[in-house]
Design a protein around this ligand. Structure first.
Ligand code: PGA
Length: 257
């Protein structure tokens, strides 16, 4: 079952040149061992994906794109499709809050991207999460509900097996203000309830849910131990080899706790 493994995803955003990304992975590979109970995924700049796909040992690290375009090919200047990413990445981060808020992606585009990913054999990591304002107005669960329903519309039960959902409160991303593990637990159970409503309990029980937002090497374990949280989406703390290696290793040590 997919949830037997913890999933640790590094989102490097628009950081590192191709050479820096390659060197980082070279160093990381001697710090992070392959463990059967942990899957480590790296999302570098799109530019580096092809060369890194030849460099990495996929038993140790898998690759993700930070975005993709939902059409498979055609006159879409500057875009990269899931069809072009096929075979290079295993995962794609979709609907990240920076895509939603900086680039104004809406649920319809995000839904199309989720579908493009599954259509091309790429596992989408669908990001959902409320802004500080949504939260102060008590709308956290409504926002998660809408983003989930919007992002998953048209995904079949069979395709859902490949979907990962990341709960990333917008106010926690890159701010150093991480959500309390209890809040992450509540959000994860709301996500699972909603998925159970849409796809049934077995599908919901099987769904992998990540937490993301100012995760550090010190806080990682508290989320990984939280009921309903199956892994982490890490931004800032994934840019340092020692801190990201510590986060990945903490997912493995969980069994010994
Ligand atoms: P952060 O970013 O860990 O720097 O808050 C997380 C993310 O954007 O996925």
């Amino acid at each position: 079952m997919a949830r037997d493994k913890k999933l640790i995803v590094a989102n490097w955003k628009m950081n590192f040149t191709v050479q820096e990304a390659s060197l980082f992975i070279h160093k990381l590979s001697s710090e992070v061992k392959s463990h059967r109970d942990v899957e480590v995924v790296l999302a570098p700049t799109m530019l580096a994906l092809q060369s890194l796909s030849l460099q990495v040992d996929r038993r140790q690290f898998k690759l993700a794109s930070q975005n993709l375009y939902w059409r498979d090919h055609g006159a879409f200047t500057g875009e990269v499709s899931a069809t072009q990413l096929r075979g290079i990445v295993d995962y794609a981060i979709i609907g990240h809050s920076e895509r939603r808020h900086v680039f104004k992606e809406n649920d319809k585009e995000i839904r199309n991207k989720v579908q493009a990913a599954v259509r091309n054999g790429i596992k989408p990591i669908l990001c959902v999460g409320e802004t500080a304002r949504d939260r102060s107005e008590g709308e956290t669960l409504d926002v998660i509900h809408d983003q989930l329903v919007g992002g998953l519309a048209n995904v079949t039960s069979e395709e859902l097996e490949d979907v990962v959902v990341a709960y990333e409160p917008v106010w926690a991303i890159g701010t150093g203000k991480n959500a309390a593990p209890l809040d992450a637990k509540k959000a994860a159970s709301a996500i699972r309830r909603q998925v159970a409503h849409l796809y049934g309990k077995a599908a919901a029980d099987n769904l992998r849910i990540l937490y993301g937002g100012s995760v550090t090497a010190d806080s990682a374990l508290s989320y990984l131990k939280t009921e309903g949280i199956d892994g982490l989406l890490v931004g800032g703390a994934s840019l340092s080899v020692p801190s990201f290696a510590a986060i990945a290793e903490s997912a493995h040590k969980l069994e010994d706790e």
